[in-house]
Write a protein that binds this ligand. Sequence first.
Ligand code: TXA
Ligand code: MG
Length: 353
Amino acid sequence: MARGSIGASDKLRHFRVSAERPAATAIDIAARAIKSGGLVAFPTETVYGLGADAWSESAVDKIFRAKGRPATDPLIAHLADVAQLADLARDVPDSALELCRRFWPGALTLVLLKSARVPANLTAGLDTVALRMPDHAVAAALIEAAGIPIAAPSANRFSRPSPTTAQHVLDDLADDIDVLLDAGPTTIGLESTIISLVDDPPQLLRPGGVPLEALRRLIPDLRFEPRFLHDAEAAPAPGTLLKHYSPRAKLLLFQGADDAAVFAAMRAEIGGDRRVGLMLSDADAAAFADLDVEIERLGANAEQAALRLFAAMRALDRAGVDLILALAPEERGLGLAIRDRLLRAAEGSVIDV
Ligand code: TXA
Ligand code: MG
C-alpha cells in the first residue's frame, strides 16, 4: 500500500486513505511513527497538519526544525476526546466545556491555561496551551490509535500558504516527514478559529473555519481586534505575525463600493514587464476575460473561496507571476477569515478605491 512518491525522500511512507474510513494498517503505521517520536502529516477538515507526540519535547522540536518555524510561535495540540482536556489544561472554565459541546469536533481552537505536564516548547514558553479536536475521520483515528495528544501546526514551511492537499505537503516537507496520510483535499481549506478563554472578556485571536457570528451566539462579549505586526520579536500575541500565509509574489488587495472603479484600479496595475496573476470570484473574473493574465477562480461563494484560496496562491507562484491582485471579501461568515489571510499575504495593507 505504501508507495514511493516522486521526489520524496527514502524514509517517507505515503499512504492514500479513505477520508471517511481510513484503512487500519495505514493508521497503525502512522500512530507507531508518532509514538516513536516521528513526524506524520495528516489531513484535518481545515488544512493538513504536521504531527508529533505532544508530550515529547524532542518530537515537538522536530516540528519546529522541519517547518523552519521560530520557537516563539506555539503549536496546537490535537485531541480525540474532550476528556483529554484535563491532561493538558488547568482551571478549565465552564465556557470552554460549553464551546466544546457545541463546536467539537470542529474548526475551533481554545487557548487555556496549560497543565504542568505540557512541554515548554509546545507553548513557546507561554503559560497557556492551544487545543483542538479535529472533525476528520483520519485525524481522529490517528490520535485515537496513538493514544496521546498530537502537536500539529499546518504542514507547510513557515510563511508559505497552508496545505490543503497532500501534494502541497510534499512540495514543502517531503524530505522531513516519516508518514503522509493522504485523504485528498481538506473540506474547509482555512485554519481553525482560535479564541483565548484566558483573556476576560474572551478574545478571538485568529478568524478561521468557525465564523465569529456563530461564536458570539455563545459568547456575546467575544472581542476581536485585528492586529498585524511586522516583527516576530515584538508580537504581543502569537499568531499575529504579519508575514504569514504568503505567496512568493507580492500581493495587492483592493476594496471599494464601486465595482467598476475597483476593476479599473486593478487594470491599471496590469501591463509592462511584470507578470500579473488574479485571484477572483467566478463573477468578478468575467470582467478580466479580455486580458492576457493568469486568473485563479475562487468560485461562487465564501465557502468555495475558502477551499481554493491557498491552492490559488500556490498555483500563481508556480506560474511564476510577480504580482497577484485580489479583492477583499466582506467581513462576514468565512469572509472574515479569507480577508485576514489575504491581508497577511498583502503585508497588512488594503488599497481603498
Ligand atoms: O486548523 C488549524 O488550526 C491547523 C490544523 C492542522 O489543526 N493548525 C494550524 O496550526 O493552523 P498553526 O501552527 O499553523 O497555527 C496555530 C496558531 C499559531 O498562529 C499560534 O501562534 C497560535 O495558534 N497559538 C498556539 N498556541 C497559542 C497560545 N498558547 N496562545 C495564543 N496563540 C497560540
Ligand atoms: Mg500555519
